[in-house]
Design a protein around this ligand. Structure first.
Ligand code: PFF
Length: 455
C-alpha cells in the first residue's frame, strides 16, 4: 500500500506516444549524427552495420528490455530500484552507483559537443559559417573549440538550459517537449537527405557507407560496434531504468524497445545518407571524426537555395536531438539525488549542474588549455568517451543481465514483462531471459576483453 501511494505521487509519462517519444528522444541524439556515420564509414561500411545489428539484437535489446522492466517494476531511481528488487543484503544497487558515474562521464564530454551545436545555431543565424570552402568552415570550427572561454560558456549554457527543462518536470518538461520535437526531426532529416542525394557524387558517398569491407572487422571494431549499441540505446548506466520508472503499467515494453531501436537505427542511416554524399562531393576526408559534422554540414547548405535558413533549422534540430538525450542523461543523477538522497528536485538539479560544470570543464578545455594533459595518451574528452562506451556501459550491461538472469529470476521477470498477465509476452520473456542468463554477459565480456587486448 505504501509502495502504491508512493507510485501514485510519482510523476510519469502519460500516454503511449509520450513514452515512445521520450524513450526515442533519449536514444536519438548526437550519437546518430556525430558517432554512427563516421564509425560506420571508417570501420567497414555494411560489414560494420551487420555487426552493429547483431550486437543490438543479442545484447542491446535484451538489456534495454530488462532495464525498463526493472525501472517500471520498482518505480524508483536505479539505486533504490535495485535495493528494492534484489534479495536482502546483496549489493546489486552498486550498478546504480556505477551508472551515475557513467552518466557524469558521458555528460562531461557530451555537453561539450551539444555546446558546439548550440553555438552553431547562433553562427548559422549570423551567417558566419555559410561557405562552401572547407578552409573557412574548418577555421570557424577550430576557432570555436580552441577558445577556452567560448567552450566553457556554451557548455554551461547547455547545462543550465537542460536543467531548466528538467525543473518543469517529467510530464510537462521531458514528455511534452520530446513529443513535439521527435516528429519534426524526421521531417528535417528527410529533407536533408534529399538535398544530399541530389549532389554530384552522391553515389560515391553511398558506396562508402554501404559497401561491405569485412577486412576492417577486428576485435576492437566489434567492441566499438557493441559500445556504440550501448551508447545509442542509452543502456548500461541506468538511463533506461530511470525512464522505465516513468513507463505506464499498460505499456508493452518489448514492442516499445523494438520501435525505439528501429527508429533510432533509421535516424542513424538517414544521418549517414545526409552526410556521406556531401562528404564526397565536397572532397572532405570521409572518416575525419567528430568535426566532420560541423565542417561538412555548413558546406552542404551553402550550396543550396535558402541554405542559411535550412542550416539554422538543421542545427536547431541537431540541438533538439541532443536535448532529448541530455534530458535523459541528466535525469539519472537528478532523480538519484532527489529520491535517494532527499534533495528537493530544484536542489538536486542545481547540484547536478554544479558538479557537471566542474567535471565537464576538463573536456571543454581539452582542445585548448588542457590539450596537452593526457592520460593513457588520450585527452580527457577522448578518455571519458572511450572509458564510458567501451568499459562502463558494457560492464553495466553485464551486471544488469547477471542480476536478472541469476538473482531476480524468470518468474518475476516474465510477470513484469507481461504486465502482470495482461499481455502474452511469455515467449519473449523466456527468450530474453535465456540471452541474459547465458549469452549476453559472456558475449559482452569476451568482446570487451578482446577489444581491450586483454587476451
Ligand atoms: N543515445 C544518445 C546518443 O546516441 O546520442 C546518447 C546517450 C543518451 C547515451 C543517454 C547514454 C544515455 F544514457
Amino acid at each position: 500500500m505504501k509502495q502504491h501511494q508512493h507510485s501514485m505521487k510519482r510523476a510519469g509519462f502519460t500516454s503511449g506516444f509520450g513514452v515512445l517519444a521520450a524513450t526515442l528522444g533519449s536514444a536519438v541524439g548526437l550519437g546518430n549524427i556525430w558517432k554512427f556515420p563516421y564509425l560506420t564509414g571508417a570501420n567497414g561500411g555494411a560489414g560494420f552495420l551487420l555487426i552493429y545489428l547483431l550486437a543490438t539484437l543479442l545484447v542491446g535489446l535484451p538489456v534495454m528490455i530488462v532495464e525498463i522492466t526493472l525501472g517500471r517494476q520498482a518505480k524508483a531511481n536505479p539505486i533504490s530500484a535495485l535495493q528494492t528488487l534484489a534479495h536482502k543484503g546483496r549489493m546489486w544497487w552498486l550498478i546504480g552507483v556505477a551508472g551515475m558515474l557513467a552518466a557524469f562521464m558521458i555528460l562531461s564530454f557530451y555537453s561539450e559537443v551539444v555546446g558546439w551545436v548550440f553555438a552553431y545555431v547562433a553562427k548559422a543565424i549570423g551567417g558566419t559559417i555559410l561557405s562552401s570552402d572547407r578552409h573557412v568552415t574548418e577555421a570557424a570550427f577550430g576557432a570555436l573549440i580552441s577558445d577556452p572561454l567560448q567552450s566553457l560558456l556554451w557548455q554551461w549554457g547547455v547545462l543550465i538550459f537542460i536543467g531548466g527543462i528538467l525543473l518543469m518536470g517529467v510530464t510537462k518538461g521531458i514528455e511534452a517537449l520530446t513529443k513535439k520535437l521527435m516528429p519534426l526531426l524526421f521531417v528535417l532529416l528527410l529533407l536533408l537527405c534529399a538535398v544530399s542525394l541530389s549532389l554530384e557524387k552522391a553515389g560515391d558517398g553511398l558506396a562508402f557507407l554501404f559497401h561491405p569491407d569485412f577486412s576492417k572487422i577486428t576485435a576492437s571494431v566489434v567492441l566499438t560496434a557493441m559500445g556504440l549499441a550501448f551508447f545509442k540505446l542509452s543502456i548500461g548506466m541506468g538511463t533506461m531504468m530511470t525512464y522505465g520508472s516513468y513507463f505506464r503499467d499498460d505499456q508493452d515494453i518489448p514492442l516499445t524497445t523494438l520501435r525505439v531501436m528501429s527508429a533510432d537505427l533509421c535516424v542513424s542511416m538517414l544521418a549517414g545518407i545526409a552526410i556521406f554524399p556531401a562528404v564526397f562531393t565536397f572532397g572532405f576526408a570521409p572518416a575525419a571524426g567528430p568535426a566532420l559534422v560541423f565542417i561538412t554540414i555548413p558546406a552542404v547548405f551553402s550550396q543550396i537555395p535558402m541554405g542559411q535558413l535550412l542550416m539554422v533549422v538543421f542545427f536547431i534540430l541537431a540541438a533538439v536531438a541532443a536535448t532529448g538525450a541530455m534530458l535523459s542523461l541528466m535525469e539519472v543523477p537528478v532523480l538519484i539525488f532527489h529520491e535517494r538522497f532527499g534533495f528537493s528536485r530544484p536542489k538536486a538539479t542545481l547540484l547536478t549542474i554544479a558538479l557537471l560544470a566542474i567535471m565537464g570543464s576538463c573536456c571543454a578545455l581539452s582542445n585548448s588549455t588542457l590539450a596537452d594533459f593526457k592520460l593513457f595518451g588520450l585527452t580527457m574528452f577522448d578518455l571519458f568517451d572511450v572509458v564510458s562506451s567501451n568499459i562502463l556501459l558494457p560492464a553495466g550491461g553485464i551486471a544488469v543481465a547477471l542480476f536478472v538472469g541469476w538473482d531476480w529470476g524468470i518468474e518475476k521477470f516474465s510477470r513484469a514483462l507481461s504486465n502482470n498477465g495482461q499481455l502474452n509476452n511469455e515467449g519473449i520473456a523466456r527468450a530474453v531471459f535465456f540471452l541474459l542468463r547465458y549469452v549476453s554477459p559472456l558475449l559482452i565480456l569476451i568482446v570487451m576483453l578482446k577489444g581491450l587486448k586483454l587476451f
